[in-house]
Structure formats: structure tokens, C-alpha cells
Design a protein around this ligand. Structure first.
Ligand SMILES: [Mg+2]
Length: 338
């Protein structure tokens, strides 16, 4: 029967989007919210930041790994992290859902509950949505933010800058490998690492605090893995870097599961921590206090011709690409994402 999919309570697209957008809270910034051809936003004096990111089923996530609500929240968080990396404050988003057969209206209600809660927590208005039929479930969020003063950019790192990261690295990458059954872990270590993958936090307050510093640090959020994202800064700033392997911040749960192996911390991805480059003279302690999270100094910006080097525990410098196993791991991570 041609209309068979309708009789199975697959919600109609218009009906579903109207239902999901009903009663979304709006701030005074939003003059006209969902329901028209466009949303209407009040003008702003500040520079506006605009970013977009998609999460695609079986590329970025698997519905057996996380609930609809967690998925909704995560789709916003990965965008919040990009605003954090610029030192901005997020304020408005629109959402596109690519929906496949087999998911009912209750699933999308839960998904939007998670999205709405994450939006409220970050003071973001959801001002519009769109639904398309798709082979895989896809969530795309476009997010607007603004920035007071100077945005944190990738192209402003200078020779002599010290490289810092917030939090710990590699937890999320271990988390999804645990969920995928590639790595075994039990108890609190499993719970912590999986939690870091399922419900990452965007470092918004930390980014905003960094944007108050002068000169404004070069910064990026670590979504593709430390080496990849540091590589973006080096490329855009036309500089090189030395990273001290012994300084890479790893959680105790990371160490429990991965021991001395550093691959996940170096190139695992989806950490959503901030990496930033500062003129010398800032201690880890003072920065940790200022940003309200542990901050670790992991290296130094050097001349471009020296490329990206990793300093081993014995003090020797290795070219990053020559690290054994790094390329395979980087390819593995790329496969999951692309
Ligand atoms: Mg980013």
C-alpha cells in the first residue's frame, strides 16, 4: 500500500515540527519565533558568531548508545563548543531533523526535550526548525552567538606562546570505543568515560574568560583530537609547536583503562575541551583558578619550519606524524566521523 508508512503513525512533517516547536520558550531577543518562513531577531550591536554542525546516525552515534534526550542535548552541545572556542555567548539556534522510518513521535518528543533543556541551560532560543525525510536520523543545528570585544581565533598564535588545554583528553574517545565494544571497562571508569562521550560539556564560561585576556589568545575547541586541532592552529597561524607528552592531562579513569597509551589523548577526538595559546607568564594554577577548571600547559609554539613535534619522556623530540600507530588511529577516528 502506498500510504502504509502513514498508517504506522509516522508523523507528518508539518504536524511534527509544529508539535516540537510548540511552547518553546523565547527571550526578548526573538521578535518572531517558530511558525513563519523565518524567525525575526532583534538587532545586536555586537559581532555575531554563526556555526553549524550535524550529527548523523551510524556516523557520529548509534541509537543503542544514548537516549533520544541525550542525543538532543548533545546535538546542541557540539555547537555550543564552537561558540565557546571563539569566546562567545550563544543565543539563538535553528534545527534541521533528517528523520527516517521507524521512529515515532514520542521519540522526537524526547529528543526535543533534551534539546530544549540544553538550550535553556545555555540561554539559547530555538527559533525554528525543519524536517526532511532521510535514510539515517540526522540532527543539524545552526547556532548564533555574540562576542564582547575580540573573538578567539585560530590564526593568532605566535612563536613563544605557551599552549594550554582545559580538563582532560581522550576520555570521550575511550567512551565510544567502550560503547562500540572495542575496549573493555567496568564500574566507575566505564561510567565516567561513557558519560564523557554521551554528555560532553561545552567550555562556554572558560572561552568567555579567555576572550577577556589581552592579547586575546589563539584558541580552538578539541573536537577532532588534540593533534588535529592543534594542527589547525599551526596551519592558520603559520607556526610550529612542541607538545610535551608527559604533560597531556588524562583522567584517572583514562589511566585505569588505557594505562600509558596516549593515542586517545592525542587524537581520539570529541573532547570539547579548549586549547589556547598565551604569551608566557601564566601559571597553570592561576589559569585554573581564573577559568574554574584544571588547566594544563602542554607545549610551546615554535617556528613554522620545525613543524609539530612531540617531546617524549626521555626528552627526545619526535615528528608527530612519525608516532607509531598515530596514523591508523587518526584514520579510525576519521572513519567513525566521516
Ligand atoms: Mg570547533
Amino acid at each position: 500500500m502506498p500510504d502504509d508508512h502513514k498508517s504506522k503513525k509516522q508523523p507528518g512533517e508539518f504536524e511534527l515540527i509544529a508539535r516540537l516547536c510548540a511552547g518553546l520558550p523565547q527571550s526578548s531577543r526573538t521578535i518572531l519565533g517558530p511558525g513563519d518562513d523565518c524567525a525575526v531577531l532583534a538587532p545586536s550591536r555586537r559581532p555575531q558568531l554563526l556555526t553549524i554542525d550535524s550529527m548523523v546516525e551510524s556516523v557520529h552515534f548509534n541509537l543503542e548508545w544514548l537516549s533520544a534526550q541525550q542525543l538532543g542535548a548533545r546535538a546542541l552541545t557540539v555547537n555550543l563548543s564552537d561558540i565557546a572556542a571563539m569566546g562567545g555567548t550563544p543565543h539563538t539556534c535553528v534545527v534541521n531533523l533528517g528523520i527516517r522510518a521507524g521512529l515515532d513521535a514520542a521519540f522526537f518528543d524526547r529528543l526535543y526535550r533534551g534539546l530544549r533543556q540544553a538550550a535553556q541551560a545555555a540561554a539559547v532560543d530555538i527559533v525554528g526548525g525543519n524536517i526532511t525525510r532521510s535514510g539515517q536520523l540526522t540532527l543539524t543545528v545552526a547556532l548564533l552567538g555574540d562576542v564582547t570585544g575580540q573573538a578567539l581565533r585560530r590564526d593568532t598564535a605566535r612563536i613563544g606562546d605557551e599552549i594550554f588545554v582545559t580538563g582532560t583528553l581522550g576520555d570521550s574517545a575511550l567512551g565510544w570505543r567502550i560503547l562500540a565494544g572495542e575496549i573493555k571497562a567496568e564500574g566507575t571508569a566505564r561510567k565516567y568515560l561513557v558519560g564523557r562521550f554521551i554528555a560532553p560539556a561545552a567550555r562556554l564560561l572558560q572561552g568567555q574568560e579567555l576572550a577577556r585576556m589581552r592579547p586575546a589568545p589563539a584558541a580552538i575547541d578539541i573536537s577532532d583530537g588534540l593533534l588535529g586541532d592543534l594542527g589547525h592552529i599551526l596551519e592558520r597561524s603559520r607556526v610550529g609547536a612542541e607538545v610535551d607528552l608527559a604533560a597531556l592531562p588524562r583522567s584517572r579513569h583514562y589511566v585505569t583503562v588505557a594505562g600509558d597509551r596516549l593515542e586517545m589523548a592525542l587524537s581520539g577526538g570529541e573532547d570539547y575541551e579548549l586549547l589556547f595559546c598565551l604569551r608566557p607568564g601564566h601559571s597553570e594554577e592561576a589559569l585554573s583558578r581564573r577559568l574554574g577548571v584544571p588547566v594544563r600547559r602542554i607545549g610551546l609554539i615554535v617556528e613554522r619550519r620545525r613543524g609539530l613535534k612531540l617531546r617524549g619522556p626521555d626528552g627526545r623530540l619526535l615528528a608527530a606524524a612519525a608516532m607509531r600507530g598515530w596514523d591508523q588511529l587518526a584514520n579510525g577516528a576519521a572513519q567513525l566521523r566521516k
